[in-house]
Design a protein around this ligand. Structure first.
Ligand SMILES: *Cc1c(COP(=O)(O)O)cnc(C)c1O
Length: 402
């Protein structure tokens, strides 16, 4: 039986407004994730608002600080990353900004040169507008990191799996170097998700992910998360609400909903990606098939150990002879959609030279490990045979570009 609520009182307009704040006191636990889209929260006594604003009591005060749906998200993300705490922000980029801001102090940032394009743009803007000092080096191994680190660096930023080369970083090894040098290590784990890799458990200071990708997993929300110690996460939280970047309840709800199927989606998309990578490598029609699950991938063994044998992710890349062939391939796909992003249920095809990396000439493309004919596939969870058929017919179309 539906609980009876106290009826709103007053005039027609007052009842219309104040009736919305009369909610059932539900003692049961909902099975589906709950959502409270309230921008502000009331308290029995005025003094309690002050305590909430000062973080002296648990509870909610204002939606820019946090919301109960986000609290559920933080709890799940911390658990999956085997970290004490987690926080959510309005995008992966906001999460990277928040985390690097609090860990940098006033020191220099050392970031991998195999960086997600949006993170390049973020760091360039912080350098130009906020005076950040940022260096880049090819950071995959403890040795490459040790060679690039100087005493001025306070934080190192690397990615678990690089885009679109799929190079895999030795996180435990780099965490040891950072610890010995007293430098924070931030790992962007977006391409792996906590299903494959838990950088905090491997010794990183903190993990950051674009929840837009595998965590939410359905291509219907933009969000970011960080996970780490209480101290780091509290600092990110304060940074987020003072700069205005906290995640809203509707977005948090979509991520919580998507996270429930993370292991199923990671398994399905990893199995599809491995089948496609093997078929492409065996076809003899493309060059440099890059996927960590292939035995000839440079970090195949590291990836198998670091990802616990749970798979190698859903992203792979390969090279067609030239730009025209790559464009013909992408244009003729019917199951793969031509779109940026990754990590959703839907398979996507991207031609970096004409999209994400369009500002680069062929020389700069080569420096980024790309060619004019490179294709990136972000593999979803559709039927394997449909994806294989689509790639086969697109390869045939690439043989005769218009
Ligand atoms: C998408 C992505 C980001 C940025 O995340 P947004 O949610 O788009 O801000 C950062 N790093 C990697 C590796 C990504 O794929």
């Amino acid at each position: 039986m539906e609980p009876t609520l106290p009826r709103p009182r007053g005039g027609f307009a007052t009842r219309a407004v104040q009736g919305a704040a009369i909610v059932p006191d539900v003692a049961q636990t909902p099975v589906g994730p709950a959502i409270w889209p309230s921008a502000t929260w009331s308290t029995p006594r005025s003094s309690e608002v002050g305590a909430l604003l000062e973080d002296a009591a648990p509870g909610y005060v204002y939606g820019r600080y946090d919301n109960p749906t986000a609290t559920t998200l933080h709890n799940v993300v911390a658990s999956l990353h085997e970290a004490p705490a987690a926080w959510s922000l309005a995008s992966g980029t906001a999460a990277i900004h928040g985390l690097l801001s609090v860990l940098r102090g006033k020191g220099r940032v050392l970031a991998t040169s195999r960086l997600y394009g949006g993170t390049w743009a973020l760091l360039r803007r912080l350098r130009d507008e906020a005076g950040w000092q940022v260096d880049h080096a090819d950071l995959l191994t403890p040795d490459s990191l040790a060679a690039a680190l100087t005493d001025e660096h306070t934080v190192v930023h690397v990615e678990t799996i690089a885009n679109p080369s799929t190079a895999v970083a030795d996180l435990a090894g780099m965490a040891q170097v950072c610890r010995a040098r007293g430098v924070a290590l931030v790992v962007d784990n977006t391409f792996a998700s906590p299903y494959l890799c838990r950088p905090y458990a491997l010794g990183a200071t903190a993990v950051v992910e674009s929840a837009t990708k595998y965590l939410a997993g359905h291509g219907d929300v933009v969000a970011g998360v960080v996970a780490g110690d209480d101290e780091v996460v509290t600092a990110v939280r304060e940074h987020a609400f003072e700069l205005g970047g906290s995640l809203g309840p509707f977005e948090a709800w979509l991520v919580v909903r998507g996270l429930q199927t993370l292991p199923l989606r990671m398994r399905a998309s990893g199995a599809n990606a491995l089948a496609l990578a093997r078929a492409l490598a065996a076809s003899g029609r493309v060059a440099r098939v890059r996927y960590p699950g292939l035995e000839d991938h440079p970090q195949h063994r590291l990836a198998r150990e670091q990802f616990g044998g749970r798979g190698f992710g859903g992203v792979l890349s390969f090279d067609l002879p030239d730009r025209a062939a790559a464009e013909a391939f992408a244009d003729s796909c019917t199951v793969f959609a031509r779109a940026a992003s990754l990590g959703g249920t839907h398979s996507l095809v991207l031609h970096p030279a004409s999209t994400s990396h369009r500002q680069l000439d062929d020389g700069a493309l080569a420096a980024a490990g790309l060619g004019p004919g490179t294709i990136r596939l972000a593999v979803g969870i559709e039927d394997e045979h449909d994806l294989l058929d689509d790639v086969r017919q697109a390869l045939a179309a690439a043989d005769h570009p218009r």
